[in-house]
Design a protein around this ligand. Structure first.
Ligand code: 5RP
Length: 223
């Protein structure tokens, strides 16, 4: 099975976590796109969605699924999203699609986080994937030095040769060379650095369930 087929498999498997009659939280990325496409088949059974990015909002609306502002729906029963890495405790690295801030906000207002990934994303220790961090532009130079002091190499994310701007109008760093052995402590520390909007370690908003796409089917991990 290709990686794309595994993403389709977990996107479909996530449908069983969607609660009929309710608003579902929807993440961002190529795996979530498979989920959104599958969700179209049950669009008449749900009230709609809250979305973590302009890209997911556009895809949901194109399929006729109403999208609500997160602030208008105080609590969600479930949030479904992908990840760049997930470990055996449900801690994740997210933000490869630069949507991490809205993803963390929606995860925080959801009772259950269902992470959908293909098997290549499961790791022992977070950090092989360069850690995404959304930052305020005036803090970039100092934050590069702060990550260097932790042993990481931070780079400003570019798009078409210029700094990428997130949906929130901020910039992104990608930090390689980290071994994140204590995700809770790491998230706590880096979140306090002035100029950090959101660090892509999801430890406080970890997954409750991971649907892992493998060549022998979907494996369900609970945390
Ligand atoms: C976006 C994310 C995505 O969930 C993450 O990058 C995984 O994406 P994909 O499903 O395309 O591999 O955090 O900000």
């Amino acid at each position: 099975m290709t990686q794309d087929e595994l993403k389709t498999l977990v996107g479909l498997a996530a449908l069983r976590y969607v609660v009929p009659g309710e608003v579902v939280g929807v993440g961002t990325g190529s795996t979530v796109n498979k989920f959104i496409d599958a969700l179209a088949a049950m669009k008449n059974q749900i009230a709609g969605a809250v979305s973590s990015s302009q890209a997911s909002t556009a895809r949901l609306q194109a399929l006729g699924i109403p999208v609500f502002d997160a602030a208008a729906v105080p609590e969600l029963s479930v949030y479904i999203d992908g990840a760049d890495e997930i470990d055996h405790q449900g801690y994740m690295i997210k933000g490869g699609g630069a949507a991490l801030t809205r993803e963390k906000i929606i995860a925080a207002q959801s009772r259950q986080f269902v992470c959908i990934v293909d098997a290549s994303k499961l790791v022992q220790t977070l950090g092989a994937f360069a850690l995404p961090v959304e930052v305020i532009p005036m803090a970039v130079a100092r934050l590069l030095r702060q990550f260097a002091a932790l042993g990481g190499q931070a780079r400003l994310r570019l798009k078409d040769g210029v700094p990428l701007l997130t949906d929130n109008g901020q910039q992104m760093l990608d930090v390689s060379g980290l071994q994140i052995s204590d995700p809770l402590a790491f998230e706590s520390t880096v979140s306090q650095w002035p100029g950090v909007v959101t660090v892509g370690v999801f430890a406080y908003q970890k997954a409750n369930v991971c649907l892992l796409g493998t060549t022998s089917g979907v494996k369900t991990m609970t945390f």
